[in-house]
Design a protein around this ligand. Structure first.
Ligand SMILES: [Zn+2]
Length: 66
């Protein structure tokens, strides 16, 4: 799937995130609505990987902020 990132997500995190998303084997389309785009939101040090169209959440990653 295509991945869009919240503008607040630092550049150096994006490559790791793409790798993590790939390992989750989410597939090429959303199993809920058939869209082909994921959105990664950053809220209170939690990364929420969800469908861009329907908002179905596939993955939450807690950032260990120093
Ligand atoms: Zn969806």
């Amino acid at each position: 799937m295509k991945v869009l990132f919240d503008p607040d997500i630092p550049e150096d995190l994006k490559e790791d995130l793409l790798k993590t998303i790939e390992e989750e084997k989410i597939g090429e389309i959303c199993k809920q609505c058939g869209a082909d785009t994921l959105y990664v939101a950053l809220i209170n040090h939690i990364l929420d990987v969800k469908c861009y169209e329907c908002g179905y959440s596939y993955l939450e990653i807690e950032l260990s902020e120093e």
